[in-house]
Design a protein around this ligand. Structure first.
Ligand SMILES: C[S@@+](CC[C@H](N)C(=O)[O-])C[C@H]1O[C@@H](n2cnc3c(N)ncnc32)[C@H](O)[C@@H]1O
Length: 262
């Protein structure tokens, strides 16, 4: 049958070449190569699925930050940081998401909390926390020692991914921005939680949680640092002082600042 097909095409060398290519090269070489490639890709893809599954599972816990965990993860992966710093760890909701990204990127991460919460978080996910450094300190005080501390621990001292989620108070946030922004790399992403606080907060799925009114503490400090005005209960996108600013009002508010060196 194949022979007769080849004979039929004998008068059309281009068609014959195409036929022979498909029959011998495509089927015998490309198909097995394609199958090998599909198999090779399946394992890393399954790992990515598992990661998204784990982050979605955290989102379903409906905490005070749960709506923002996928964004926290995506922004971190997009930045491809060489050094990640988190200010404010508590039970580790954000920490474990950031550490999931740190593992995927093989990036070091440092968390700072005034309370001794490191051991509790480590117990939750020993695999993820292997590369993590937890520092129990007041974050503003620690910022002054940070370059020397990084040198001691063999870390780069420029931060390209900073997440701030601590007291939510105005004066403290002003001090955090003053202390930590000079430690940022020229291209960096900074994320703040609790930029839209009130007695109650609403999540994207319509559920609500109990909050507290911080008198616009975090968002006001950001507004002053960037010279912008943001209605914290509405979505906002804009640029200010070299930063792209993106604000999400639900679930206590989440504000992302991104800048890229020219
Ligand atoms: C809202 S919780 C952090 C929640 C955490 N990011 C999460 O997603 O689970 C705030 C944390 O900030 C810490 N904190 C408050 N003031 C601080 C300060 N001056 N320096 C460092 N950590 C501070 C508190 O101890 C607390 O654990």
């Amino acid at each position: 049958m194949a022979r007769s097909k080849a004979m039929q095409l004998a008068g059309d060398p281009a068609a014959l070449a195409r036929y022979l290519f498909r029959k011998h090269i495509y089927r015998r070489l490309y198909v097995p190569l394609n199958n090998a490639l599909r198999e090779a890709l399946a394992k890393p893809e399954a790992a990515v699925d598992a990661t998204f599954g784990a982050i979605r599972a955290r989102t379903r816990r409906r905490s005070d930050i749960s709506d923002h965990l996928p964004l926290l993860y995506r922004e971190t992966i997009a930045r491809r940081p060489k050094l990640m710093v988190e200010l404010g760890t508590r039970g580790g909701e954000s920490t474990l998401v950031l550490l999931t990204a740190a593992k995927a990127l093989d990036a070091p991460m440092v968390s700072v909390d005034i309370d001794d919460v490191g051991a509790t978080v480590k117990q939750k996910e020993p695999d993820l926390t292997a590369r993590w450094r937890f520092v129990q300190a007041d974050d503003v005080g620690f910022a002054a020692q940070f370059p020397a501390w990084c040198a001691q621990h063999g870390l780069p001292d420029a931060i390209d991914l900073l997440f701030i989620d601590t007291s939510h108070l105005y004066q403290h946030t002003v001090e955090e921005i003053a202390a930590w922004f000079p430690r940022l790399a020229p291209s960096a992403t900074v994320m703040f939680h609790d930029t839209a606080m009130g007695e109650y907060y609403r999540r994207a799925d319509g559920t609500i949680g109990r909050g507290w009114d911080n008198d616009r503490g975090v968002i006001r400090a950001i507004e002053e640092a960037l010279g912008v005005r943001i209605d914290e209960f509405s979505p906002f996108r804009g640029t200010a002082r070299g930063w792209i600013v993106e604000h999400h009002p639900l679930c206590n508010g989440f504000t992302v600042l991104r800048r890229d060196a020219a």
